[in-house]
Design a protein around this ligand. Structure first.
Ligand code: PLP
Length: 394
């Protein structure tokens, strides 16, 4: 008898992957330029040239035995030192190398935190709309996911529902800002309220409730939007970061967890995160790209195209009568669908070669995610297809 949960996870493709595959098939039929594939969050701008230059330099100049060898399980010490300096410089923090644990992207960072923190049956709170893999990661850690329904007016947090969901089993809360799928950035006011609630219930139940800040989109913000750095607000914060989006490096699988000294029993929490990485078989994050990312830590891909696409699509869709909450960052937006049934709506969109993802999978029906990391010309041309879709429902 196999592990049924794993068989199911390995067999059922996600809705996003299904759409992505459908898009490839449709492109073969009608030509790639006539398919508006807004399904997947694969960055469309290249990594900055310095990334390849740094990788080449390391390959040409570094001792190959060291470069291609195992690093410390928590990551190369020099890498972690450089990252601590970079984060401190940019966010006014006081981290040191031993706060950093290098991971295989943000996904592994989340899994290390969840497995490190949770005992079987513990509860982890997520706010809709949320990244669907959270359920997989939380349940994989033996914990139970509790979802707070979305505040659909602004995609901030419904605090009444949040407080009502907290129990003595609440081990952690995941926040993702800038958010996939809404693109919204939590305001300072939202963060302050969130922290007040976390402090209140940590004190009430006599155990810390950890805040897991999932931040792969931190650098992709529009119009100078401020993304509060959460360790300044709440001491029991663990930061999960990756370069998948900011440096357009999702295939290289590089990220980290920060466990600040201020966290209650910080050394034990760090050990639990490292222990989780060990038990999951990560051994160490890829050695070459640990070094590349540390050396390029202050650099971002040129993400201006995402803002151009965002403006074009938000304005275009609003003109057609769509309700869209303004994204503060990322390359996603999450408009309301023109009918209640978001699954039927996205199915109909396929008739116009528009591949958009139903909100249901993000815990927020009645919406659709548009992932606009596409060439601007494609985004522009898609407006005709959106117009046809809107007309169909009028
Ligand atoms: N968290 C969120 C909100 C994401 O959107 C993603 C990827 O799309 C991840 C985590 C995983 O990122 P990574 O590719 O760095 O593992």
């Amino acid at each position: 008898m196999l592990n049924e949960r794993m068989v199911a996870l390995g067999t059922q493709r996600s809705v996003i992957r299904e759409l992505f595959e459908f898009g490839k098939q449709r492109a073969a039929e009608v030509g790639a330029k006539n398919v508006f594939d807004f399904s997947i969050g694969n960055p469309s701008v290249p990594s900055p040239a310095i990334v390849n230059e740094t990788a080449l330099k390391l390959i040409q100049e570094m001792d190959p035995v060291v470069l291609h060898g195992y690093t410390s399980a928590q990551g190369d010490a020099g890498v972690r030192q450089m990252l601590a300096e970079s984060v401190n410089r940019r966010f006014g923090t006081c981290f040191h190398e031993n706060n950093f644990y290098m991971t295989v992207g943000a996904a592994a960072a989340l899994c290390c935190c969840l497995n490190g923190l949770c005992n079987p049956g513990d509860e982890v709170i997520v706010f809709a709309p949320f990244f669907p893999e959270y359920r997989v990661f939380i349940e994989g850690a033996g914990a139970v996911m509790k979802m707070i329904p979305a505040d659909i007016e602004g995609f901030q947090i419904d605090f009444d529902a949040f407080e009502a969901a907290i129990s003595p089993r609440t081990k952690a809360v995941i926040v993702n800002s800038p958010n996939n799928p809404s693109g919204v950035v939590y305001s300072k006011e939202t963060i302050e309220k969130l922290v007040t609630v976390l402090d209140k219930y940590s004190a009430k139940y006599g155990e810390p409730i950890y805040l897991i800040a999932d931040e792969p989109y931190r650098e992709i913000v529009f119009n100078g939007t401020d993304v509060p750095y959460l360790t300044h607000y709440y001491k029991n914060t663990l930061v999960c970061y990756s370069w998948s989006k900011s440096l357009s490096l999702p295939g290289q699988r590089m990220g980290y967890v920060i466990v600040p000294d201020e966290v209650t029993d910080s050394k034990l929490v760090y050990a639990a995160v490292a222990g989780a990485g060990r038990s999951l078989g990560y051994v160490n994050a890829p050695g070459l790209f640990q070094r590349v990312c540390a050396m390029c830590a202050d650099v971002n891909a040129d993400v201006a195209i995402y803002e151009t696409n965002k403006n074009l699509l938000v304005n275009g869709l609003r003109d057609m009568g769509f309700h869209v909450v303004e994204p503060g960052g990322t390359f996603y937006m999450f408009p309301r669908t023109l009918i209640e049934d978001d699954i039927a709506f996205c199915e109909k969109a396929k008739d116009f070669n528009l591949l958009i993802v139903p909100g249901t999978g993000f815990g927020c029906p009645g919406h659709t995610r548009i992932s606009y990391c596409v060439p601007t010309e494609r985004a522009e041309k898609s407006l005709v297809a959106f117009e046809q879709l809107a007309k169909y429902y009028k």
